[in-house]
Design a protein around this ligand. Structure first.
Ligand code: ZN
Length: 86
């Protein structure tokens, strides 16, 4: 069983937003640290937290409350420049 030293977790911060991290369990039943602010989850390898944004998993669960990707898609298609429009 992998655990993280309490003193270590205390000083760890989310590299993305600087928010506090808390213990969580990943989709593969592995330990991970989840940011309580931006919901990014960082896996823990042999007790070593992998605090890399590139390696982080978005644990938000699709509960985005600030628009979401759908509106972005609409905007993209609307902005799509036609060929030879200059
Ligand atoms: Zn964060």
């Amino acid at each position: 069983m992998t655990t993280i030293e309490p003193w270590l977790r205390e000083i760890l911060r989310c590299p993305s937003c600087g928010g506090p991290l808390r213990d969580a369990v990943g989709p593969l039943s592995g330990p991970e640290l989840r940011c309580t602010r931006c919901s990014l989850a960082y896996r823990v390898d042999d007790g070593i937290p992998v605090l890399l944004v590139d390696e982080a998993r978005d644990a938000g669960g699709g509960s985005a409350s600030d628009g979401g990707p759908e509106s972005g898609d609409d905007r993209l298609s609307a902005d799509e420049p036609g060929p030879g429009r200059e």
